[in-house]
Design a protein around this ligand. Structure first.
Ligand code: GLU
Ligand code: ZN
Length: 365
């Protein structure tokens, strides 16, 4: 299969923004990336996308590292290397530490006239948007500042925009097959607020190239970013990347998974006493179905069985009862001593010191 290259060429990444508690959806995407890397003897990279200074917080980054470690999703490259099989450095792995790298490429695009400074203020942009809506047109930036070479009197650059070519962008998604977008609908996208302040689409494209990423496996909510990223890759002469967009996780009413229906933070499940094995097993089954009837798998079984090409296109409903059932199944597989150790941690996290001997007696009873 052309989409699955030589084993040693697999380099995937999970690229969370540390702007909130570690969400189960992100964990599922991390798991799919990790499984794909492990089964192809590839590399799993953890990249922290913290260019949004207002919303990024260190404590959320710590939560990501802690959550992945707890589940056994070890990363080969990232801010804190846990694996012994460290395979070389494409760091730093926090976007906030890579500003000079992005700057170089922003300047390249500006110089080649593939990007330009936009002087439109928020108010002007908003007026333009309203005018388009009034005409019944889908709103997009008009390209007003495309050919301005000197700053208009009394105006300063507001943002940097990428000149979107008039074209259809098509790509082959490992899960969804052929996907195509009409780039004429985008308008010239904002790639940076200034040379030192890149935005997501731009920084991600630069990093995926600089970090030699082979496959981008991410949530379906990013699918409309993919054509923009492909156009940026082309403008920068970057090589192509393979894409797989995994289905969204849904509430039972098929709306996007939210706290309205269930807890979404991984660490909350941990503190409620769920086993990491059960969570990993449960998340693997959100969008992927093994061949055969057995659904109870350890992480090591999943490496053997998981198949990205068998991931479904449609949304995957989060079923709390299934998680509870899997937790029970994995609990049954633990020895008494393992249960005692898990309980010790569980109580310790609550500041309760319990004598091990007592726990042993309770568990065996
Ligand atoms: N920082 C983005 C996010 O958290 C990464 C998306 C991607 O994988 O490209 O959703
Ligand atoms: Zn403008």
């Amino acid at each position: 299969d052309a989409m699955v290259p030589q084993a040693e060429l697999v380099r995937v990444r999970i690229a969370p923004s540390p702007t909130g508690p570690l969400h189960m959806g992100l964990v599922r995407t991390a798991l799919f990336n990790w499984l794909f890397a492990r089964q192809h003897n590839g590399t799993f990279v953890l990249r922290i996308e913290d260019t949004d200074k207002e919303r990024s917080e260190k404590r959320f980054e710590t939560e990501i590292l802690e959550g992945f470690s707890w589940l056994g999703l070890d990363w080969d490259e990232g801010p804190e290397i846990k694996s012994l099989e460290y395979k070389g450095s494409y760091g730093p792995y926090r976007q906030s530490e890579r500003i000079e790298i992005y700057k170089k490429y922003i300047q390249k695009l500006l110089k080649g006239k593939r990007a330009y400074h936009c002087y439109c203020t928020k108010e002007e942009f908003e007026a333009e948007r309203q005018a388009m809506l009034a005409q019944g047109l889908p709103p997009k930036y008009s390209g007003h500042c495309r050919d301005i070479t000197l700053p208009p009197a009394g105006k300063s650059p507001q943002v940097i925009r990428f000149r979107i070519p008039e074209t259809i962008v098509a790509f082959k998604d490992i899960i969804r097959g052929k996907v195509q977008f009409d780039a004429n609908l985008f308008g010239d996208i904002i790639i940076a607020k200034s040379e030192e302040e890149p935005l997501y689409n731009f920084a991600a494209v630069v990093d995926d190239f600089e970090m030699n990423i082979s496959h981008v496996i991410r949530g379906e909510d990013h699918i409309s970013n993919t054509p923009k990223q492909i156009l940026l890759q082309k403008a920068l002469d970057f090589r192509e990347v393979a894409y797989a967009h995994v289905p969204l996780i849904l509430n039972p009413d098929r709306s996007k998974l939210s706290k309205r229906y269930t807890e979404t933070s991984l660490l909350e499940y941990r503190s409620r006493g769920y086993l990491p094995e059960a969570i990993v097993n449960f998340l693997a089954l959100l969008g992927w179905h093994p061949e055969g009837d057995n659904e109870v798998f350890a992480l090591s079984d999943l490496i053997k069985k998981f198949d990205l090409r068998r991931v479904q296109k449609g949304g995957a409903v989060f079923n709390q009862e299934k998680l509870d059932w899997l937790n029970k199944e994995h609990l049954k597989n633990l020895s008494n001593e393992e249960i005692v150790n898990a309980l010790l941690l569980f109580f310790k996290a609550r500041g309760i010191e319990t004598p091990k001997e007592l726990l042993r007696k309770i568990v065996s009873a």
